[in-house]
Design a protein around this ligand. Structure first.
Ligand code: IPD
Ligand code: CA
Ligand code: CA
Length: 267
């Protein structure tokens, strides 16, 4: 096993166990508002602290980029750990048991290893670049739909950026006519892992941040998915607009979206 994957797993499990423990004792969860419809808890911060501690012990020089602390520049900026300490905070706060810890390790801008851990189901999704992706040690493979017909598509609503509401709903309405049904689970990291596992056929969302998707992206790719922005390019690290699925389904989704993309969504 890649030594950095080993450390990422250790950190994700430790943080996940902490989150699961606090899910059982909601009286100790403190919620703070970060922005419009955007919340953080003391458990997000505590999870992040644990992850950083585990990484720092083995790799004191690596750069760490986290959702809640920003960039902790290390001596070696070629290696970056990108962390979402709790993806699905709204679910966690509302006591919907669906959330995860996401850790991606990038070498010179390319993700090498990834872990997404769902502590409520004890599901550990892992991937190493070029070596496939696993769920609890079993190899993952995307669903093999021939086209969009009959597919289940996961998505996230642009709840923090309601300026995209109309374009988003127009796109969704067209996709809905063509696919079988939608899922909105509330964790982008797990949505990508569910694409990897063939639990859903595809996934798309507007305006994600790197920590939301970098872990799940490698896991999806290593399972045979392609990941693009809304016009089929690879600008999603900057825009956060992302589609994932097997190549045939992604092609159909992009074609269906095309006429309703605002200029902002073409980026
Ligand atoms: C959010 C979740 C959600 C997605 C949002 C993300 P957070 O992350 O992944 O599913 O729709 O775009 O921001 O804030 O819970 O870490
Ligand atoms: Ca997130
Ligand atoms: Ca988060």
């Amino acid at each position: 096993m890649h030594p950095m994957l080993n450390i990422a797993i250790r950190a994700a499990r430790k943080a996940g166990n902490l989150i699961a423990k606090h899910y059982e004792t909601p009286q100790n969860i403190e919620v703070t508002k970060k922005g419009t419809n955007d919340f953080v808890t003391n458990i997000d911060r505590e999870s992040e602290r644990l992850i950083i501690e585990v990484i720092r012990k083995s790799y004191p020089d690596h750069t760490i980029i986290t959702e809640e602390s920003g960039e902790l520049l290390g001596k070696d900026d070629d290696i970056q750990w990108v962390i979402d300490p709790l993806d699905g905070t709204t679910n966690f706060i509302r006591r919907l048991p669906h959330f995860a810890v996401s850790i991606a390790v990038r070498l010179k801008g390319r993700t090498e290893v990834a872990v997404v851990y769902d502590p409520m189901r004890n599901e550990l999704f892992t991937a190493t670049r070029g070596q496939g992706a696993q769920l609890n040690g079993f190899r993952l493979r995307v669903a093999d739909a021939k086209n969009i017909e009959g597919t289940i598509i996961a998505t996230g609503f642009p709840f923090k950026q309601k300026q995209h509401a109309t374009a988003y709903m127009n796109i969704m309405s067209k996709l809905f006519v063509e696919c079988a049904d939608f899922r909105r689970t509330g964790s982008a990291a797990l949505d990508l892992c569910y694409v990897a596992a063939g639990r859903v056929d595809a996934y798309y969302e507007i305006g994600l941040k790197p920590w939301d998707f970098l872990g799940g992206e490698l896991i999806a790719r290593e399972s045979g998915a392609i990941v693009t922005d809304f016009v089929g390019n690879h600008n999603y690290l900057a825009s956060g607009n992302l589609v994932a699925g097997n190549p045939r389904v992604v092609k159909d989704i992009l074609a269906t979206m095309r006429d309703d993309l605002s200029e902002a969504l073409k980026r």
